[in-house]
Design a protein around this ligand. Structure first.
Ligand code: ZN
Length: 196
């Protein structure tokens, strides 16, 4: 296994649509293994293939409650219900967090590493992670879902540990927990490097 290099904004691969995987090959399994290792190394909750330079429709998610990581090949949101505002971050957008609109519940269809299609219903943290990672595979970043233009924050790091249950997208909190500062950053394309 290997830890892969993270692609960061404004790397154009983050804005590309990943391609559907035709079948599970040994190379794909290796990519998934490396993605899991990279996600854990970065202390992320999820990781999409374009974040590590591959345009295959593959993502992995591991929330604290999971015993093993979830592998999502060609994942699709079949249904989304409700709306809520949550704070989120992304390993590819280090140093920032934002307040975004997310669904309350989602229904997702994906293929597993065994080549079989599965469906799952999710809410809360897992629903948020699913939306975040599936967005990545479609070239969408959480900063595209900001509640408003003032809701992207630069974060400062200091040690405290009362944010265990908070979802940080696939943001790394590392050894230091992150907390938003009062300094907000305008979501200009020039500031984030994002394209509309
Ligand atoms: Zn992300």
């Amino acid at each position: 296994m290997a830890i892969l290099d993270m692609r960061l904004l404004p790397d154009p691969i983050l804005r590309k649509q990943a391609k559907k995987v035709a079948k599970v090959t040994p190379q794909l399994k290796k990519l998934v293994e490396n993605m899991v290792e990279t996600m854990r190394d970065q202390r992320g909750v999820g990781l999409a293939a374009n974040q590590v330079g591959s345009l295959q429709k593959v993502a992995v998610i591991e929330t604290p409650e999971m015993e093993e990581p979830m592998v999502l090949i060609n994942p699709e949101i079949m249904k989304a219900e409700g709306e809520r505002q949550v704070e989120e971050g992304c390993l590819s957008v280090p140093g920032y967090r934002g307040l975004v609109n997310r669904s309350e519940k989602v229904r997702v269809k994906a293929m597993g590493l065994d080549g079989k299609i599965y469906r799952l219903n999710a809410e809360d943290l897992l629903a948020q992670a699913l939306e975040h990672e599936i967005d990545h595979l479609n070239g969408i970043l959480y900063i595209d879902h900001l509640v408003d233009h003032g809701s992207l924050y630069k974060i400062t790091y200091h040690e405290h540990d009362d944010e265990e249950d908070e979802f940080d997208g696939d943001l790394d909190d590392g050894e230091d927990e992150a907390e938003e500062s009062t300094e907000s950053v305008a979501v200009e394309t020039s500031a984030s490097g994002a394209e509309d």
